[in-house]
Ligand binder design. Structure first.
Ligand SMILES: Nc1ncnc2c1ncn2[C@@H]1O[C@H](COP(=O)(O)OP(=O)(O)OP(=O)(O)O)[C@@H](O)[C@H]1O
Length: 990
């Protein structure tokens, strides 16, 4: 792909200030100048009420200095202003960037003067257009360039086309790409500066201007001049580059006070509209200037047509310059001050700019079709040549006069004409084929956009339904009517959902239009084919001389060349997809890694915040993790990441991806096998989604079993997501034959290399993890081990668990990721919930304690190893494993069953030891506040069961249950031994 999209560039809004000279009216009023330029960037606004002799008011002065990118005073010429603000935007527009220049300020401050100017002193509009055409002319690039111009005004919230006033009121629409467009606007295309000037003058005459007390020629509307520069490479090629740069030049109406303008009636109404839209603009500036900062707020562009139109200029893809205007007069102090405050805020606005390069990537399937058509055409022509040669040989005996007569029917000139007609018909056919491909592409994009919006809506509706269900449970006690009312009201629909709903209609309409066009083109292609076959028929039936045979051979050659070209283009496209696919995979890896990093950092912060003691092994893992981060070894993956194309989901891409997924999955499986201890330790199968069959003593993977924990799996996600996308994608458009074996091999090798990098890292971590877990297993007497995957999923699990149980500080809302995790948890079937809980249990064995209660309330309960409630249980297991157990105690089965009651200050824990008689039941009473624990010994029967889940929220008490299918009938130790226990062990997790 040539010269393809650079990353988005960060751009800060350029704010300039222009102070107009004092005018006659100001002087007549007796006003003095209070705004003074101090240097190139600084201005001071003095307080006109300030009395230098009044010492008491000296501290109350409203005098203030402001800094801007550039400041102009009455000495500045139009040329100075233009050069310092707008001139350097022109090259960007030609290169395909968007730019906006807008004049802002109170009425009569000089906005129209700056933008439009006078005949003797032309303003920014004319200077810009002149320079733009000059730059296009001077350009050495081999590009076809067209300049379009449109000029509108927003008057009383109504959009009028100044170049075509008879078109009535125009409406705003958001297109498939989220750009705001004016439906029905007239765009004049021209390549001549003079013509554009004439248009501009014509438009200006149409603009609403009235005389007010503040300004004799007050503009009562916002005027927007849009100049679009569209450039296309002259050389036709698969990656035909189309650059579109847009330049908006906006002359806003001025803010005004009724008292200042002395407006009544119609003028007052205009003033109200002007002020309302300018207020909306000021609100957007406010919100945008806070964006990213502490007080980040929602930016509401929808409040006025002006802000909707300036959406990109303010917060989107545009290099924007705001030229603020003020009057220096003391009588305008308040307006000047307000304007300076807003301009000062606008300095903080940042936009992200990107070149608008549309790379026309054609569909592989379309190429394949064209290639197939050309091949069959070549075959037909060759067959015809052969057939006619044979006929010629046979017919040598035929009447020579007859042949000569036939040939003579066609003069030399006629033959040339036929040849030309055939070639042009062929060229036209090829053009139509390419247009069809473009339409197909366009249709696909529209389809994707529609699906995206539908998904947004359905996601939101699902969330809303879930929220209603949740509320329904909470309000069970409420009356039916209350419930109905609540359900009807529901949460308010967010703006992006409303926008998505609004966009679907136009998108579908556009799809219909594209389909219609496609049908027309297909008909045209058929007609063209018929035409060329008729021309061919005109050729003499028998090839009797060299010239005639040459026509067919030439035609054949043209087809062959076209075929070759199409094949090359198709191969280039294939490569492009390969690159995109690689980027896609790398991006997914990176996303997954970021998620893991997030989890680890949050866990670490939490451990530090809560003052939890971290086991040495975990500390080692942390050290390893942080050292990897600092030496950048993991970042090899990131460094590979150069996502050069728009990461839009493309069906063909998905199909390619689906071809790779098997490889990724198999690579992963191999990697997993390298370090996963599952084969050796079936008791840990839960962490990998595997099951253990006690009868056959084998680990198996149930096909239909959901594996939600794989969401956090470092390298499984790409494959998983690709698989999902491939399944979701519509009918494959790109046939697999279009991908050459070489290309596939390349994809495979690169995918492998990515997998290998990830696997290396994981196996390294896994080694440490396994040794750590083995160490822990020794300590706890449980010979189990876990893979990195289970650790990561446990960490993720615990992170979200902790988030749920830890009160949030500062009232910050739950992050999107948290919400997703919580949602995912809600969706899990009960069976998986049990698994998760059991993983929490595993985590507790590894001393990773999660605070399930307010830590400040129970400061003594720091970590599970310090926990007075767990210690005895662990001691019993340890002493049993070391052979020093109580002979009366039966073989220890597992830390299991808990019936815990945790109400307020007293935590009641029942440690039940069951086995061959006599066995003991320890009834433990813990008074956490006083730090006292008492045990009551009881005689009883049964297996041993201990609790790991001791720290519970007050009120979370739940009775033991037999429901957990994973635990049903099998303890971990029994599972390890491959035996079923005689007495099913009850387990309760809350
Ligand atoms: N820099 C300047 N030098 C000379 N004259 C100026 C300058 N700026 C403004 N003026 C004059 O001041 C008057 C008001 O200016 P202008 O109409 O441009 O104000 P405006 O901000 O567009 O007002 P409104 O918002 O009401 O349309 C005009 O007569 C204009 O020629």
């Amino acid at each position: 792909m040539k010269d393809l999209p650079e990353e988005w560039e960060d751009h800060q809004l350029t704010v300039a200030l222009r102070i107009r000279p004092l005018n006659d009216a100001d002087i007549e009023e007796g006003a003095t100048a209070v705004a003074h330029k101090i240097d190139r960037q600084m201005v001071v606004l003095m307080d006109p009420c300030e009395d230098s002799e009044n010492v008491l008011r000296s501290n109350r002065s409203r005098e203030k200095t402001y800094m801007f990118d550039v400041v102009f005073d009455y000495t500045a010429t139009q040329e100075d202003v233009y050069v310092a603000t707008t001139k350097n935007l022109i090259d960007g527009v030609i290169a395909g960037y968007n730019a906006t220049v807008f004049a802002y300020g109170p009425t009569g401050a000089g906005k129209t003067y700056t933008m439009l100017g006078l005949d003797s002193e032309p303003g920014i509009y004319i200077r810009t257009l002149n320079d733009l055409f000059r730059a296009i002319e001077d350009s050495t690039e081999d590009l076809d360039c067209t300049v379009y111009m449109s000029y509108i005004e927003i008057y009383n919230e109504i959009i009028r086309d100044l170049l075509n006033p008879s078109s009535g009121y125009l409406e705003l629409r958001e297109d498939a790409k989220g750009e705001i467009r004016i439906a029905g606007i007239t765009e004049f295309s021209t390549c001549n500066a003079k013509e554009i000037m004439a248009l501009l003058t014509k438009g200006n005459k149409q603009r609403t201007q009235e005389s007010t007390a503040a300004n004799k020629t007050s503009s009562r509307s916002h005027a927007i001049l849009q100049v679009t520069v569209k450039q296309k490479s002259r050389v036709k090629d698969i990656n035909e580059e189309v650059r579109v740069g847009k330049l908006f030049m906006v002359d806003l109406a001025g803010t005004e006070r009724a008292s200042q303008t002395q407006n009544r009636g119609k003028r007052m109404k205009e003033g109200a509209h002007i002020n309302r839209s300018l207020l909306a603009l000021a609100n957007c500036i406010n919100a945008l200037s806070e964006k990213g900062g502490k007080g980040a707020q929602f930016v509401n562009y929808r409040d006025s047509k002006l802000t909707r139109l300036l959406k990109d200029a303010l917060g989107g893809n545009s290099r924007t310059v705001m030229i603020t205007h003020i009057s220096p007069a003391s009588s305008n102090f308040e307006e000047s001050r307000n304007t300076l405050v807003y301009a000062d805020k606008a300095k903080n606005i940042r936009t992200k700019v990107k070149r608008n390069l549309m790379n026309v990537s054609y569909h592989l399937a379309q190429y394949t079709r064209i290639i197939a058509e050309l091949r069959s055409e070549i075959d037909r022509l060759r067959a015809k040549i052969d057939q006619q040669s044979q006929e010629q040989q046979k017919g040598e005996k035929a009447d020579i006069h007859e042949i000569q007569a036939e040939v003579q029917q066609y003069s030399h000139g006629e033959m040339a004409l036929l040849q030309e007609q055939l070639l042009s018909a062929f060229r036209e056919q090829m053009e139509i084929r390419r247009s069809l491909m473009e339409l197909e592409n366009c249709n696909m994009e529209l389809h994707i956009d529609t699906s995206r919006h539908l998904l947004t809506i359905s996601d939101w509706e699902r969330d809303r339904a879930r929220a209603r269900q949740g509320r329904g449970k909470v309000t069970e006690e409420k009356t039916d009517r209350d419930k109905e009312e609540e359900q009807e009201s529901g949460p308010e629909e967010p703006q992006f959902v409303t926008a998505a709903r609004e966009e679907i209609g136009p998108l579908l309409a556009e799809q219909r239009k594209t389909m219609e066009l496609k049908r027309e083109l297909e008909e045209k292609l058929m007609t063209m084919k018929l035409k060329s076959s008729k021309i061919e028929e005109l050729l003499p039936n028998r090839i009797s001389n060299r010239e005639q045979r040459d026509i067919l051979t030439l035609l054949c050659k043209v087809h062959e060349l076209e075929l070759e070209k199409t094949e090359i283009q198709s191969a280039v496209l294939c490569k492009e997809y390969v690159l995109r696919t690689k980027d896609f995979i790398i991006q997914r890896h990176e996303q997954q890694r970021t998620l893991c990093d997030d989890i680890i950092h949050q866990q670490k912060a939490l451990i530090e915040d809560q003052g939890l003691c971290v086991p040495e092994e975990l500390q080692e893992l942390y050290s390893l993790y942080f050292s990897e981060l600092s030496d950048g070894s993991v970042d090899q993956i990131v460094n590979l990441h150069t996502f050069t194309t728009n990461p839009r989901v493309d069906n063909s891409l998905m199909i390619m991806a689906s071809q790779m997924r098997l490889d990724v999955i198999s690579a992963e499986q191999q990697n997993n096998r390298k370090f996963s201890p599952l084969d050796k330790h079936p008791c840990d199968s839960s962490s990998s989604g595997l099951d253990y069959d006690s009868d056959s003593n084998r680990v198996f993977k149930p096909l239909s079993k959901p594996q939600p924990q794989r969401r956090h799996h470092l390298s499984s996600s790409p494959a998983l997501s690709i698989k999902v996308c491939a399944v979701k994608g519509s009918t494959p458009i790109c046939p697999t034959e279009a991908v050459s074996p070489d290309t596939l091999r390349e994809i495979v090798s690169d995918t492998k290399s990515i997998s290998v990098i990830a696997a290396k890292r994981r196996s390294h971590l896994a080694k440490v993890t396994n040794s750590r877990v083995a160490g822990l297993a020794l300590t706890t007497g449980l010979k189990s081990s876990v893979s990195m995957d289970s650790l990561v999923s446990t960490l993720a699990e615990e992170s979200s668990e902790v988030k749920r149980n830890t009160p949030r500080h500062g009232g910050r809302s739950q992050s999107k990721q948290d919400l997703k995790t919580t949602e995912a948890r809600r969706e899990l079937p009960e069976r998986n919930q049990h698994k998760k809980r059991s993983r929490s249990f595993e985590a507790s064995k590894r001393h990773i304690q999660k605070p399930r209660q307010n830590p400040s309330r129970y400061p003594a309960l720091k970590s599970i190893s310090d926990n007075r409630l767990v210690r005895p249980a662990l001691n019993v297991i340890q002493s049993h494993n070391s052979g020093a157990g109580n002979p009366a105690t039966p073989p220890v089965a597992k830390v299991k069953n808990t019936v815990s009651q945790f109400t307020g200050e007293v935590q009641l824990e029942k440690l039940e030891i069951r086995g061959t008689p006599p066995s003991i039941i320890h009834q433990k009473h813990s008074d956490v506040k006083r730090g006292q624990t008492t045990y009551k010994r009881q005689q009883g029967l049964g297996d041993v069961s201990y609790s790991s889940n001791l720290l519970q929220q007050p009120g979370n008490y739940k009775k033991s249950t037999d429901e957990n299918p994973r635990q049903k009938g099998m303890t971990d130790v029994n599972r390890k031994n491959g035996k079923k226990p005689k007495h099913p062990v009850k387990k309760s997790f809350v």
